[in-house]
Design a protein around this ligand. Sequence first.
Ligand code: F6P
Length: 550
Amino acid sequence: MALNSINPTHTEVWKKLQKHHLEIKDITMKSLFAEDSNRADSFTIKWNDFYVDYSKNRITKDTRSLLLDLAKECELEDAINKYFSGEIINETEGRAVLHTALRAKESDSVLVDGVNVIPEVYAVKNKIKAFSNSVISGERKGYTGKAFTDIVNIGIGGSDLGPAMVTEALQYYKNHLNVHFVSNVDGDHVHESIKGLNPETTLFIIVSKSFTTQETLSNAQTIRNWFLSDQFSTVQEDVAKHFVAVSTNLPKIEEFGIASENVFPMWDWVGGRFSLWSAVGLSIALAVGYDNFDKLLEGAHQMDVHFKTTPFEENIPVQLSLLSIWYNNFYNAESEVIIPYTQYLSRFAAYLQQGIMESNGKSVDRTGNSVDYQTGTIIWGEPGTNSQHAFFQLIHQGTKIIPADFIGFTNSLHRDKDHHNKLMANFFAQTEALLNGKTALEVQNELEGKMDTEAIKKLLPYKVFEGNKPSTTILIDELTPESLGALIAMYEHQIFVQGVIWNIYSYDQWGVELGKQLATNILKDLTSENIENHDSSTCNLVKYFKKNQK
Ligand code: F6P
């Protein structure tokens, strides 16, 4: 059964939320903290090794209960049941949405068209395990009998961002294999990536759910040509030893010449941007070993159980997505920032950009009508403390309201307390500064005695921090494969909740198709004499490009 279609703005509670927003929008968080000494506790959820403090947000207990009513009126509970049980909730593509099945227990049963998919999931997991063990141990060898030293993941979008982000995030747990990612159809990317590689010891994983993606197929073709080029003593049969593929499109893989035993299947009920838990994560299993890959899945599974079974009041993904809706739809926030205080998560925001924006960047609701309210969160971010020295100025003193997620860890992996305390002092200080700001009186007191009254008067307005800037703090014990899995799953479920409430289809991505179609037409123009009909700007640009290309 499909998800119900409920326009959130037509619910009873929406009007109440609008009224409530008008009542509280000018109240400062600072005063809310002053009024309620238990505020931090009242707005904190502790779960496993997660400590989620959302008290530094522009909400009261009334806001929370109204937002929870919104979730109820939008029938979130029913939607969650449909999500986990394999209903066709991706209606525009006629598919279930079951990345959660990829991390389910072997004893679980998840039906798609009446068939339990868990045995297939475990068959592929076992294949990933056997394959990654044989490559890591050196038992599996290249065409000259040497063990592999390098792995190249060829994919784009969900077939690249997830594995690339996780491999980077779990660098601490890495083995001797060097893992590279080639994604862009920009030839400079692929040529730079292969120039230092030894084909004798390099394994290539072509990852494409559809196996029709131009970028991935072009890169795979270029790499195969390089591998079979005269500079190496390779022959056609060696391709089977060095190329493996992950896809749902088995005929296309065969056409490419990949041996059937080197194919890792996936399923159409796994969306590309949610696929790192499938064989798309093969590069992760190779980089950190299968056991760590499995722990990543286990962490995500724990979060699935939390999301599925915890009352909404204490449910982390539910509470955080309601906050996001609060800012998007009532405060008209234009974007949200995600700041992990660990260099290991340097690709996290880029990864979430696809997950969040490809999913909820939609303007037609589940009845086929255009929405007349905001959907889709714009996500950006970089690790702290680097981002403090880059864009934090705008968050502190700019004109926009930018809700921020601060993700930090109690323990650093290298156990360097000196560095870690400095890092985390910044982490806590930023959320405190965003909350409290700095008043004119505080600035005045700070400057007195350092300059004359006239100079203070001139400088003062620039040194005042308004404060009252919302942030949510997610403090986790340590960056482990389990906690990373749980963190990623937490955001995945937020995407789902927001899509349900916004009454949109979160699991298709038709919006990326038009550009692909037009690029195919323009490629013909670039490689032939004539130029087809385009607007005058595009025509001029194409002509200029063709004339000046060397
Ligand atoms: O950008 C569109 C998209 O379909 C993504 O959703 C997907 O992750 C990516 O392209 C790659 O697709 P594929 O895995 O089929 O090559």
